[in-house]
Design a protein around this ligand. Structure first.
Ligand code: GLA
Length: 396
């Protein structure tokens, strides 16, 4: 009898622990955070730039704020050797050593490839070498793969003979193939789809093995590009969750063509969207304004909230948008976005964001407690600006 209780207890205990362990070990349980070389360095990125980024991510405090992945984008690739294995080019003399360097700083190492024969910048892709490449990445200590459709689009066109459904199936299979190859390495590698949202990737990306998927076109360092891309994720919230996230593309904060208020909109919107936060600026030379936006811990906490819910639009009256994001413990993040050309008073009705009567409020950019607010809250929001709040039920 006692023995039966023992086994029963053990079984129950295993059942209750397993999901907890699963969650902890899950890749991208919260949206990935880190840095990617493309938005600033483009094709010019070198080993030295990536090491400098790793150094700066630590010395600036970004690592401790959650930015962990250091990702090399396109243009690291060299020719294949006699065995067909991918090598790096002269800008990256030793990928394993670079990976070790990144890991020695408590960071993770990301890399880039394409399911096509060439990448978007026309370097060698993984076509026909998927398992070999996955094995090489694992050998180098890679933790993150961005897989960019690029020239595979041509293969799809040629082989589908104009049948769009066949083309989409080929695309999905190409991503699934690399997912399986990554799994077979036995190394946990975050898999980031980049195919610009084609065939409503949010509907099948998670099933095909994606931890993140780009929802659209490449971001530019401009107000129009950033807001077009970011606000268009409204409606996709039901597809995001722990382990699988909509990806509106990497951050442009600090690249110089938007004003600080606009970069605050960028950071706030991406946090409301539970989007990956991959800085895309030159971390070795950033202003204190840029850094303070990137490491606003209260805004990061909204992005990284364990509930893993993407926020959604509550209202938009012309260029004035109110968004809400459910957080753990019944709290909510609320963002008032002013997309107009003038400062404007904006109001959020508490009942519209799920609070009855009153809420305890904190401003996440001024870092001030606003006390108990009742019924509604009004703030003047700068042009191309945001006011972001965290709301909780008042203690009764
Ligand atoms: C595509 C991607 C970009 C970047 C470049 C590299 O345009 O969308 O994010 O990776 O390729 O060539």
């Amino acid at each position: 009898m006692r023995l039966r209780n023992y086994w029963l207890g053990l079984a129950l205990c295993t059942l209750c622990i397993a999901p907890i362990l699963g969650q902890k070990d899950q890749i991208a349980a919260t949206p990935p955070m880190g840095w990617n070389s493309w938005n600033y360095f483009h094709s010019n990125v070198t080993d030295a730039d990536v090491r400098a980024a790793a150094d700066a991510i630590v010395s600036s405090g970004m690592r401790d704020a959650g930015y962990i992945y250091v990702n090399i984008d396109d243009t690291w690739e060299g020719p294949r050797n006699a065995q067909g294995e991918i090598t790096s080019n002269s800008k990256f003399p030793d990928m394993k050593a670079l990976g070790d360097y990144i890991h020695s700083k408590g960071l993770k190492f990301g890399i880039y490839s394409s399911p096509g024969p060439t990448t978007c910048a026309r370097y060698p892709g993984s076509y026909g070498h998927e398992q070999q490449d996955a094995n090489t990445y694992a050998k180098w200590g890679v933790d993150y793969l961005k897989y960019d459709l690029c020239s595979y689009g041509t293969i799809m066109r040629n082989e589908s003979h104009g049948d769009q459904q066949v083309a989409w199936t080929m695309m999905r299979q190409a991503y699934e193939k690399m997912h399986q190859a990554l799994l077979r390495t036995g190394r946990p590698i975050l898999f980031s789809f980049c195919q610009y949202g084609r065939d409503a990737v949010w509907e099948w990306g998670a099933e095909a093995g994606g931890n993140t998927w780009r929802t659209g076109t490449d971001i530019q360092d401009s107000w129009i590009s950033m807001t077009d891309i970011g606000f268009s994720l409204s409606g996709l919230e039901r597809y995001a969750g722990p382990g699988h996230w909509n990806d509106p593309d990497m951050l442009e904060i600090g690249n110089g063509h938007m004003r600080p208020d606009e970069y605050r909109v960028h950071m706030s919107l991406w946090a409301m969207l539970a989007a990956p936060l991959l800085a895309g600026n030159d971390l070795s030379h950033m202003s204190s304004d840029t850094l303070s936006i990137l490491i606003n811990k209260e805004v990061i906490a909204v992005d990284q909230d364990a509930l893993g819910k993407q926020g959604y639009r509550v209202s938009n009256i012309g260029p004035f948008e109110v968004w809400v994001k459910p957080l753990s413990h019944g709290e909510k993040a609320v963002a008032l976005f002013n997309r107009s050309e003038d400062a404007f008073p904006m109001t959020v009705e508490l009942k519209a964001v799920g609070f009855r009567g009153s809420a305890k409020a904190r401003d996440l950019w001024t870092h001030q407690d606003l006390g108990i607010i009742r019924g509604s809250y009004t703030a003047t929001v700068p042009r191309h600006g945001v006011v972001m709040l965290r709301l909780a039920r008042p203690k009764s």
